[in-house]
Design a protein around this ligand. Structure first.
Ligand SMILES: [Zn+2]
Length: 276
């Protein structure tokens, strides 16, 4: 008989980490879940250990249900999955290589400065819906998903899953992140690695109904909850710092748009009920 507690999960969310501690943990774990390399993860405390560890929702669940043992966890902490991806597509970042960023069929190329920097891929009325960060030679991702009406569902900040509906499922295989809802319908698909970011599914809509819906090859701009147009172009590389921006100047007259976006969709018409 094994002693009581052997199978009990030792997994505790690290709730109070400082930003430097989080950065240290990301670096220690090579910017992904120690089991699968997923760039979407939570910070967990290690038993009898000072530092935290990155684990994705799928593998946290498997650890909690004892599908994965504590000794496997210890092995993976010693040799995180992404450590073996150093010479393959992973998240370590080569400053001489551009990152291809595609949303649907539209592609821009991100050039990062040697210093830490970011590229806005999807920006709507001041909200960053999808942002790439280059951080001490590594890439990480922040994004938000909404439902079709623009209610926020899911939030990821530099890889950390900050908000998620219950029972949503996350997988990361062959560089592809898939997020499924409770009914196992796909809500988000994105290839995420150091030379390619390819987004093919997701709702990125703000609470006023402005934003983008990505569905396969198509990128549909939404204005006030209505389809504003579709974007399917391949554009010249190197001309832009950013990706897709939607700027409703009628609703946000004082907002200043950052960067230099490849696609800008702006509300020009007056909408019903506007006093302007
Ligand atoms: Zn994982």
């Amino acid at each position: 008989m094994q002693p009581v507690g052997e199978h009990q999960s030792a997994l505790i969310l690290a709730a109070d980490l400082t930003q430097p501690q989080k950065l240290h943990t990301r670096q220690q774990c090579f910017y992904g879940c120690v089991f699968c390399g997923s760039p979407v993860f939570s910070y967990y405390l290690q038993p009898n250990h000072q530092s935290a560890v990155l684990i994705c929702p799928l593998h946290a669940k498997q650890l909690q249900s004892s599908l994965l043992s504590r000794s496997t966890l210890a092995e993976r902490i010693a040799q995180p999955f992404n450590q073996q991806r150093i010479h393959k597509p992973g998240f370590s970042f080569d400053p001489n290589r551009r990152v291809q960023v595609s949303v649907g069929m539209n592609t821009v190329y991100a050039d990062f400065m040697p210093a830490d920097s970011e590229q806005y891929c999807i920006w709507v009325n001041g909200l960053e819906f999808f942002t790439l960060h280059s951080e001490s030679g590594w890439l990480c991702f922040s994004f938000m998903l909404s439902d079709a009406a623009g209610q926020p569902l899911l939030k990821v900040e530099k890889g950390e899953l900050k908000l998620s509906p219950e029972h949503w499922e996350y997988s990361y295989e062959v560089n592809t992140l898939k997020i499924r809802d409770q009914q196992r319908r796909l809500q988000c698909t994105a290839q995420l690695c150091n030379d390619r970011v390819l987004l093919t599914k997701g709702h990125f809509v703000d609470p006023s109904g402005d934003g983008f819906v990505v569905e396969g090859n198509r990128v549909i701009a939404m204005l006030d909850g209505q389809k504003g147009g579709q974007y399917m172009h391949r554009i010249e590389p190197g001309r832009y710092k950013g990706g897709w921006a939607l700027f409703n100047k009628i609703r946000h007259p004082d907002l200043v748009m950052p960067g230099n976006f490849a696609f800008v969709c702006a509300a020009k018409r007056k909408y019903p009920g506007s006093e302007r």
